[in-house]
Design a protein around this ligand. Sequence first.
Ligand SMILES: C[S@@+](CC[C@H](N)C(=O)[O-])C[C@H]1O[C@@H](n2cnc3c(N)ncnc32)[C@H](O)[C@@H]1O
Length: 242
Amino acid sequence: MATESPKLAYWENYFAQCKGKVYEFYGNYGTLRGAVREALGALDSQNPTILMAGCGNSEISAEMYDDGFENITNIDFSKICIEEMLRKHSKKRPHMKWLEMDMTKTSFPEASFDVVFDKAGLYSLMDEKLCGIKFLGEVRRLTKLGGIYICVTLMTQDLIGLIFRVFRANWEVSFAVLPVEKNDHGQAIQPFLIIAKKTKSGVAQIGGFDHKEFSDRPTGQLVEAVAGMLVEENKERLEKGK
Ligand SMILES: C[S@@+](CC[C@H](N)C(=O)[O-])C[C@H]1O[C@@H](n2cnc3c(N)ncnc32)[C@H](O)[C@@H]1O
């Protein structure tokens, strides 16, 4: 019998404790809708195939479904979570799929999705960096050419370094700053939105933001630090592209 990993045990316990109560990590569809609709509207497919990786019990899949994006496959390695989501949504939203699956080693064939959507999934994997690396390997493999990876995440040096490395050649990447959220202790946390498009374009500059617009925020210093890392990465990309 396979032994349950401590991480899986943690999340199973988390969803058992939730008892159906939703905790939306790092922002809801309302805050993301504009950017998500713009990114999905620019895809070739009018009915994009979307993989929601590490879906949890977030409402975002249901809200996107109701907003016209019905082709969503949700995966999470927590059986409790997937069973709960099936109970909650399968009648009302019959075209949406819910599968118990490890996002670091999925069973989907290459180029299965126009969009891989990850809200707080990568961030939750990064305490074991190898899991983050494996997941982004899956993102590269599963995304169709011209498709996109949407990542809503908090930022650490490890995570941004990994994004820079994995999406250097043949991906067009942009970073945006999302509204400030509060953690369980009431402290301000700063989510970012990263969109990476799979292309054949070689090494492209990363699109960023003007950090001065965010200097009044409690998270202003972090935003400035991330902007600084983008500038350094773009200098390196320019050198490599010469
Ligand atoms: C921080 S929560 C985010 C949940 C949801 N996406 C949201 O935005 O509220 C991370 C989720 O990833 C799932 N997860 C963690 N590691 C995973 C893995 N290796 N494979 C699949 N799901 C995983 C957890 O069960 C949990 O539901």
